[in-house]
Design a protein around this ligand. Structure first.
Ligand code: AMP
Length: 416
């Protein structure tokens, strides 16, 4: 399948060619033609599937079809949970609209609003926003959404996880009733279904699993180790293996900070990335990691979801997630078609049950070893480490959500 067959215009095809994309990803193949027809879409897709181009390309085309109005009111709005994701979507929109007369901008909180207000004053066709700042600017009458023709809820499940439901409802009251709606989500809980039912009209359902990794291609290992010895063990592993780009998952924000600090003290350059970090710190950490200045990025699940982190040779679970599906998302960050990646889990005595749940989900055992010098001695306390990030409320069913998972139950259709 080539991009030429999707009905995209020449300027967009040229921009796509500039990006070096050879063929559309499955989600693009399915979503682009129906969005171009003006249909509402309910898409099951997560980061890594090419979903951003899947909605951005057809939106740009629809916007460029109509002659632009003099004042350039916002005609397409993408709501997204985090600033990073918003910034990534803007990057995409700008590169895809290189040969079009479309203005895009991004607005999010945590930074001075003036540059955003100035951009809005100059006129914006395509706006990407996090809900809080969007409503804030609207309340200040610095922005109108009364001419929005296309509304996208990106990572809708995560927006609900982050408590944005009321903000989303407020935004829905600010946009015209007649519009095209697109909803992207990795999971389909009853809350998402409720949102989708009220939001979408006769939607086309589209789903995709990321194609570049499969769990089978990833070498998975687990080490039984006492919680208090994990830090030394992980530093040893990274230092001795001379690993250069490692993503380490911790369960809590505090844990991420502590681990990054200890690694830096041990001369393994590391940065933590989580919801309590300032925008500047997060952007800097991610950029440093991508450039190779920082060897280890220590992240919480919620911080890592949605980030365009390149596929890596090593992913370490400093703690196991208590949602088995999160394990699949985490390890999906490693491995590439052809090349295998390695996912290592450090399992404390109270996490053994989580390991069993994960093995059940992926339908394969994870070889478990003990490392010399780090033999576990802890006795079970009977208290399972619980998540401090509220993700224990996340639903079990993920549709197409597992990175590369090709097992049937990961592609479960949402019950409607
Ligand atoms: P996304 O899932 O939208 O976050 O995209 C993940 C990554 O895939 C981004 O770095 C995109 O630039 C890239 N990408 C999107 N579409 C394609 C494509 N058709 N071919 C190759 N790479 C792509």
């Amino acid at each position: 399948m080539s991009f030429n067959k999707l009905g995209l215009s020449d300027p967009l095809l040229r921009a796509v060619a500039n990006k070096g994309y050879r063929s559309p990803s499955p989600i693009q193949e399915k979503a682009i033609p129906v969005i171009l027809q003006g249909r509402d879409v309910l898409a099951s897709a997560q980061t890594g599937t090419g979903k951003t181009a899947g909605f951005t390309l057809p939106i740009l085309q629809l916007l460029s079809k109509h002659p632009r109005q003099k004042r350039r009111p916002v005609r397409a709005l993408v709501l997204t949970p985090t600033r990073e994701l918003a910034a990534q979507i803007l990057d995409n929109a700008e590169s895809y609209s290189k040969y079009l007369d479309i203005h895009s901008t991004v607005i999010f909180g945590g930074v001075n609003q003036n540059p955003q207000v100035n951009a809005l004053r100059r006129g914006v066709d395509f706006l990407i926003a996090t809900p809080g700042r969007l409503l804030d600017l609207n309340n200040q009458r610095l922005l109108s959404l009364s001419q929005v023709e296309i509304l996208v809820l990106d990572e809708a499940d995560r927006m609900l996880d982050m408590g944005f439901i009321h903000d989303i409802k407020k935004v829905l009251r600010l946009v015209p009733e007649k519009r095209q709606n697109l909803l992207f989500s990795a999971t389909f809980s009853s809350d998402i279904k409720k949102l989708a039912n009220g939001f979408l009209h006769n939607p086309v359902m589209v789903e995709a699993t990321p194609e570049n990794t499969t769990v089978e291609k990833i070498i998975q290992k687990a080490y039984r180790v006492d919680q208090k010895k994990k830090t030394d063990m992980v530093i040893d592993m990274i230092a001795e293996g001379r690993w250069q780009q490692v993503l380490v998952f911790t369960r809590t924000k505090h844990g991420a900070n502590r681990l990054a600090e200890k690694m830096n003290k041990a001369d393994v350059s590391a940065a933590a990335i989580h919801g309590n970090k300032s925008q500047g710190a997060r952007t800097k950490a991610l950029a440093g990691f991508k450039k190779g200045d920082i060897r280890v990025l220590v992240a919480t699940d919620i911080a890592a979801r949605g980030l365009d982190i390149p596929l890596l040779p090593h992913v370490i679970n400093f703690e196991l997630p208590n949602i088995p599906e999160d394990y699949v998302h985490r390890i999906g960050r490693t491995g590439r078609a052809g090349a295998s990646g390695e996912a290592i889990s450090l399992v404390g005595v109270d996490e053994v049950e989580y390991l069993r749940d994960i093995e059940k989900l992926i339908e394969q055992p994870i070889p478990t070893e003990v490392m010399e010098g780090f033999e576990p001695t802890d006795k079970p306390t009977g208290v399972k480490p619980a998540s401090k990030q509220g993700n224990h409320r996340r639903p079990k069913s993920r549709l197409g959500g597992a990175s590369g998972g090709n097992k049937k139950h990961w592609r479960r259709r949402p019950k409607r």
